[in-house]
Design a protein around this ligand. Structure first.
Ligand SMILES: Cc1ncc(COP(=O)(O)O)c(C=O)c1O
Length: 373
């Protein structure tokens, strides 16, 4: 049994892609405001350029953050000022945030973690009051809405990483809001095409491995991370990901029913929460699944995270933590973020999983808890 972290590419989807020349993107990605790119970090880098920030500007960033979201700031010489989040809910600590403001602060970035919205209206008011640009990192959340409006479209710029939710070889996007971003500063000619054939085969391999139950050969030349989970990882510390959107990603994305993806993920999330054995040792990060949310995963909080993640993976469930904290975040100063990075366990709930797979995840969590009690 293999329950992959992200969906693989099914042969039937590939056949539909091959059989059709249709290239109509879903409406919210076809908008003139959206620029399709290889990665979320490429989008953030280009979006920051469009904001034309003076060198040494400060940006307020959440302390619970991944290197690939931090690297575009460092690359442009923008100084990160980390802020605290509530370690039980991930809500922004607004008074603490206000304390971090300085005369050099130009930007506030909020992250919509795992498909769930941050307090975006409050962030907008905060930015207006203090003259800041608002960046929405919706890397996990390109299918989530608030009152029918997509996350990523509320700020001056927003970013997506669609490849985390749908089986495409690469795929991120920059959303330019009506506010401060200047499109003419975005130089797309510098982007190169990413070799994507082998990534495509690896995605097919993931599907075969999950459904046929036998391992697909590892492809030479792809990093173990790519082969293993099809989480394509340009080296985030080296910050190299200046790639354009793959033509294969475009063709596949045009053939996927995204409303169906969101419905299936919500259904799996809800079904799994009904089956999981919650206790003091394991709880849900958020107890509600608000309307409009398309979850990227099911986040749990548990002090036994590493033991559980390993035991689940040994039994074929690709559970994992998030993120590895970048060294720039001081773990003593930001204890809440460090605690989250130790305790969050993400369970797969993606659109390819049926009820049997979701039941297996819940049973495996119960078994692991019993044996590790
Ligand atoms: C919150 C967040 N922002 C940005 C990124 C960067 O996205 P990509 O990996 O597509 O560059 C990631 C990737 O993991 C992320 O988790």
């Amino acid at each position: 049994m293999l329950i992959s972290r992200n969906p693989g590419l099914s042969p039937s989807l590939l056949l539909r892609v091959l059989a059709s020349r249709r290239s109509r993107l879903p409406d919210h990605l076809a908008s003139r405001q959206v620029i399709l790119l290889g990665y979320g970090r490429t989008a953030l880098y280009l979006g920051l350029k469009a904001l034309r920030l003076p060198k040494e500007s400060n940006a307020l960033l959440p302390s619970y953050i991944t290197s690939s979201a931090l690297s575009p700031f460092l690359r442009l010489g923008i100084v990160p000022q980390f802020y605290d989040l509530d370690p039980r809910t991930l809500a922004i600590d607004w008074p603490a945030l206000e304390h971090r403001l300085s005369a050099s602060t130009r930007v506030l970035m909020i992250v919509h973690y795992f498909g769930f919205p941050a307090e975006v209206e409050k962030a907008r008011r905060f930015c207006k009051e203090h003259g800041l640009a608002l960046i929405e990192d919706a890397a996990h959340s390109f299918l989530s809405t608030i009152d029918g409006r997509y996350l990523g479209t509320f700020g001056d710029i927003g970013i997506y990483s669609m490849r985390k939710m749908v089986p495409i070889p690469n795929g991120g996007a920059l959303v330019l809001g009506q506010g401060k971003g200047d499109r003419s500063l975005i130089d797309l000619d510098r982007l190169s095409a990413e070799p994507d054939r082998r990534r495509l085969i690896a995605l097919l391999g993931r599907y075969v491995e999950s459904h046929a139950g036998f391992p697909f050969p590892r492809l030479p030349g792809l990093s173990p991370a790519v082969n293993h989970s099809v989480v394509t990882k340009p080296d985030s510390r080296k910050q190299l990901a200046d790639y354009g959107f793959s033509p294969w990603s475009m063709r596949i994305l045009c053939r996927i029913d995204l409303a169906d993806v969101a419905r299936q993920r919500r259904e799996n999330y809800q079904f799994l929460t009904e089956l999981l054995p919650f206790s003091r040792a394991v709880s849900l990060l958020w107890s509600r699944l608000p309307a409009g949310v398309c979850p990227q995963a099911l986040p749990l909080l548990t002090a036994k995270r590493d033991v559980m993640a390993k035991a689940l993976r040994d039994r074929g469930v690709e559970a994992h933590g998030w993120p590895s904290m970048p060294p720039e975040v001081d773990q003593h100063e930001f204890r809440g973020a460090a605690e989250l990075a130790d305790k969050v366990l993400l369970l797969p709930i993606h659109q390819e999983l049926g009820r049997g797979a979701v039941t297996y995840i819940a049973q495996t969590v119960s078994a692991v808890l019993e044996y590790s009690a």
